[in-house]
Design a protein around this ligand. Structure first.
Ligand code: ARG
Length: 572
């Protein structure tokens, strides 16, 4: 906390030739509370003074005079350890949480700055795949981190809604999909769904083997689509609406939103200008009738901008989208949350942007992540079966419902809570390991209320709420802070103090698991404390102080869960 650090800085500044910023940069939090609350390593200063760091530490510990805020200073090896007034620490941290409530952890560090985040971005006419779920969940958490830090965030869903495959699909639809009327949804058999689009797609690829001319027909239809032919556009638009209806249903279940749906087709009219700029920069050449940017020099395959039939590609549209977003939002950072199998694609088109002379390409990052693997059971991929995300989410809520039914059959709004827990379990499982690692999806693990899971954190939150309900009185900050003397109370308060810094670290590293791990630790420390100490004791003063601590932990868990994208039910 600022008041302690500032105090240490002003003490040290009198004695050593370093600036306040330099001192602040060196201050550490010791690994063990027994070693004090803050530590100052003396290596750098010893080097400057050409002295032994241990000696410097011990000399400084003699010279520095403790005060009301920093009550003790001693030397341990080459470190100076500072002990803060526990009274003051408890008061500052708990009062701040109580004042800021849902905003504790937020800051205005990013004020005036904009971050664009491209996440989920599935392909239309197909079901949402598990990697789109992962991207959505990670992207949403990153969005929330930056928002908490005061940045303006623009969340974009870069739908895959363009490409030659729509020629195939239009042909299939016109030949075998006539029973589907292009009209609004009726819920009838004849209603077109993403599953039925998939069937049409599969049928096309089967029939084209017998009848290769279908391929030419498809190419013509894609050309028509590109030229803006009325029928082609109408059919494509219909595919898009159907897909979006399904996608939005899933996003809604997950509680994930976008500020903008601007798919690949959004850039159609701007592509020629982009290609012209790349040409004018002297970057293009023709290879096998295609227009490419040769990236041999950078040890990469070429970035293809146009095929021989003039059709644009995924990369062309990404270069164009990046230019558009810079123009439109003047972002300070652009984050693409896309699986690691697309690493090369990002390297290639970032390189093209760099060669075009855009320095802001340095503000663009590809945030990649590992795969989701399924262990066993109904959702197994072994049979090559596609995993339907909607089914996955429903299954999770169903299992959560059964568990809750067993634990707390009289719970009010059981279904709602089961949904919060079922969805929370899936989201948390995606965020609790480092994003680059593969996630092993196992129902027994992710829904274990005692494991390192979303339900465990939610359950701890509900337990805290229940203690507060039993207390039944308003929580007050008018307490005797000195009465909180247990080691675990100190560890808990230090952990609450670290929450804002945890958000900052998670954002800087684009790593939601930093916050998930933090929450798991906080919960397990609290649960240990709860087992060993009565909160609702007969000692009124102690009870009041402990209740304030409980309420602060509840608040921080709630804020943390909300940033990760989980609900925090008050009863479970
Ligand atoms: N639609 C792509 C896919 O499903 C992901 C798009 C990611 N965003 C981007 N700007 N390329 O693989």
């Amino acid at each position: 906390m600022d008041i302690f650090i500032n105090n240490i800085i002003s003490l040290l500044k009198e004695e050593i030739p370093l600036s306040a910023e330099e001192i602040e940069g060196l201050i550490e939090i010791p690994p063990d509370i027994k070693m004090g609350d803050y530590a100052f390593p003396c290596f750098a200063i010893a080097k400057q003074l050409r002295k032994d760091p241990k000696k410097v530490a011990s000399e400084l510990s003699q010279k520095l005079v403790p005060n009301d805020i920093i009550i003790r200073i001693n030397a341990l090896g080459s470190y100076l350890n500072f002990y803060v007034s526990k009274n003051m620490l408890f008061k500052t941290v708990l009062e701040e949480i109580s004042n800021k409530k849902d905003f504790y952890g937020n800051s205005n560090l990013g004020m005036g700055k904009t971050v664009v985040i491209d996440y989920s971005s599935p392909n239309i006419a197909k079901h949402l795949a598990v990697h789109h779920l992962r991207s959505a969940v990670i992207g949403n958490a990153i969005y929330n981190f930056y928002k908490a830090l005061g940045y303006k965030c623009i969340g974009i869903n870069h739908l895959g809604d363009w490409g030659t495959q729509f020629g195939h699909l239009i042909v299939a639809f016109r030949r075998w999909g006539s029973k589907f009327s292009i009209s609004s949804f009726s819920g009838k058999e004849t209603e077109l769904t993403v599953s039925k689009l998939n069937e049409l797609y599969v049928r096309f690829h089967k029939e084209v083997k017998e009848n290769p001319s279908l391929e030419d027909e498809a190419r013509d239809w894609f050309k028509k689509l590109e030229r803006g032919d009325k029928e082609a556009r109408e059919i494509w638009q219909y595919f898009k609406e159907i897909s979006l209806t399904e996608f939005e249903r899933v996003y809604e279940k997950l509680g994930i939103k976008f500020d903008l749906y601007a798919g690949e087709s959004f850039y159609n009219e701007m592509l020629d200008d982009t290609v012209k700029r790349i040409k004018d920069a002297g970057l293009t050449e023709i290879s096998e009738d295609a227009l490419i940017v040769n990236l041999e020099e950078y040890n990469m395959p070429p970035c293809i901008l146009k095929k021989k039939d003039e059709a644009s590609l995924y990369a062309t549209r990404d270069v164009c989208a990046a230019e558009y977003r810079k123009q439109e939002y003047d972002f300070d950072k652009m984050i693409y949350v896309v699986g690691s199998e697309q690493r090369l694609h990002f390297k290639q088109f970032f390189k093209v942007l760099e060669l075009m002379g855009y320095e802001w390409v340095n503000d663009c990052v590809h945030i990649d992540f590992g795969l989701i693997k399924f262990k066993h059971g109904k959702m197994s991929t072994r049979e090559g079966k596609v995993i339907l995300l909607e089914e996955l989410l429903e299954e999770s809520c169903k299992i959560a419902n059964e568990i809750i039914e067993g634990k707390n059959p009289d719970l009010e709004k059981k279904m709602e809570v089961a949904n919060d827990v079922g969805i929370g379990a899936i989201i948390f499982s995606e965020l609790s390991t480092k994003r680059i690692k593969d996630v092993l999806f196992d129902w027994d693990v992710i829904l274990n209320f005692d494991g390192e899971t979303g339900p465990y954190v939610q359950y701890t939150h509900a337990r805290l709420c229940s203690v507060l309900r039993k207390h039944g009185e308003k929580v007050s900050t008018d307490v005797d802070y000195g009465i909180l003397k247990e080691d675990d109370e100190l560890i808990l308060v230090r952990s609450l103090e670290a929450f804002p810094l945890t958000i900052l670290r998670a954002a800087n590293n684009y790593e939601p698991s930093i916050l998930s791990k933090y929450l798991l630790d906080l919960c397990s420390t609290f649960n240990r404390y709860y087992q060993h100490h009565r909160i609702l004791t007969d000692n009124d003063e102690l009870r009041k102080a402990r209740i304030l601590l409980v309420d602060s932990i509840r608040q921080v868990i709630k804020n943390g869960l909300s940033i990760l994208g989980l609900k925090a039910p008050e009863r479970m």
